[in-house]
Design a protein around this ligand. Sequence first.
Ligand SMILES: Cc1cc2nc3c(=O)[nH]c(=O)nc-3n(C[C@H](O)[C@H](O)[C@H](O)COP(=O)(O)OP(=O)(O)OC[C@H]3O[C@@H](n4cnc5c(N)ncnc54)[C@H](O)[C@@H]3O)c2cc1C
Length: 431
Amino acid sequence: MNYPFCSDDFSLRPYWWDITPPPQADDSAVSASTDVLVIGSGYTGLHCAVQTARAGRHTTVIDAQDLGWGCSSRNGGQISGEIKPDYAELTRRYGSAEAHALIAEARTALEWLGEFVDQQDIDCDYRRCGRFVAAHSPRQFDMLVANLHRQPPGLEQESHIVEPRDQSSEIDSDYYHGGMVIDRHCSLDPAKYHAELVRLARAAGAELIAHCEATSIERNADGFRVATAGGVIQARDLVIATNGYTGSFAPWQQRRIIPIGSYMLATEPMAPERAAKLMPRDRVFSDTRRIVVYFRRSPDGRSLLFGGRVSVFESDPVKSLPALRQEMLRIFPQLEDVRISHTWMGFVGYTFDTLPHLGRKDGIYYAMGYCGSGICLASYLGNRIGLQLLGHEEGACAFDRPRFQTRPLYSGKPWFLAPSVRYYQLLDRLS
Ligand SMILES: Cc1cc2nc3c(=O)[nH]c(=O)nc-3n(C[C@H](O)[C@H](O)[C@H](O)COP(=O)(O)OP(=O)(O)OC[C@H]3O[C@@H](n4cnc5c(N)ncnc54)[C@H](O)[C@@H]3O)c2cc1C
């Protein structure tokens, strides 16, 4: 189904897949037994597998779909190393030392990722482009200024305010009221990055099996007996890396992850000068709304890639596309004549405390709950959970917290989302 504003070659596949199709999986049958079985082949699963396979453990990664089919090949490619709760909120909850540790480690993760990409020669259009956080109201602009001036000691980051009168140097739009640039934030091509992780995992000896859904887990004397679409796998160690797609095969984790749809569109390629004019410094963008939008130019500089949470339960991105395009036109009305070439969606994994978590429950390792900022944190926590499994001290992590909350009656279907989103939209309008 096409809308009049869609291009002739309109596609429901992520924009990135035109450049990097889903990587080839191993065509061998799945091994009947393995040292480490990783369920989920996104950034979390592959980073874990790189560690365990390099350490000589027979490592098997399975995915219910193509390799990397989940968020890891369909995201916006904006890298932040930020967690959702701010220092004040974390201090209120856990005290200042823990607040400091959580924020500092997320920031460390961003540096770690940059070094990883560099040292492992990862070809993924990685750029330290900086982020423009756009204020959606004058009040939010004042709050950005205030927050910049009261950064917690030891957690200051290089950033500067852009006054509303200077905003055109960052964005060709009157929608916003100034903003703030965070210099360290980066961008990459998510599917290229994922394909490179596949290359590293395979080079380390991991076996990578697609279309092999895990359906149940049973503990036994030798570890875990996992029923999958490809047959039963006996694994000494088991890692759950399914994040926003965690299903009933892992009920404890499913009760702790809130899947929330995130939707994206790509415009058809524009003349390079026209696309460059939209965001002259070619940064990544997000805004101060609670129901956030995010956008950037494609690595070739010619398309706008625009995302947001425009629906609650909808998994058909075609139905959400008019609302998403409307959001884009509110910011860039000059794009009315530019057609849409792609739209797609995926489920990010939120948590009740809006923090990512990793750890071990009933002997099963897990890392998940990146709350929409998983390029950096899924990579880092995937690496850490692999190190924990190997018994290395470097696996210690501030996000390995004793309490991973759920709610009474919650079993993985977030019935409370629609009213919450409407409430937050109202707050956004009021502010
Ligand atoms: C539209 C969109 C835009 C985003 N933009 C950004 C962004 O700009 N910046 C950012 O930092 N983050 C972004 N994210 C979030 C980020 O992509 C994720 O946090 C990250 O990729 C999570 O990686 P993961 O490996 O944990 O999970 P995923 O990549 O989602 O992988 C989980 C995998 O588990 C598999 N699976 C599920 N159940 C089973 C089973 N039973 N058996 C076998 N396999 C199973 C799935 O098929 C899936 O491939 C975005 C997400 C979406 C959807």
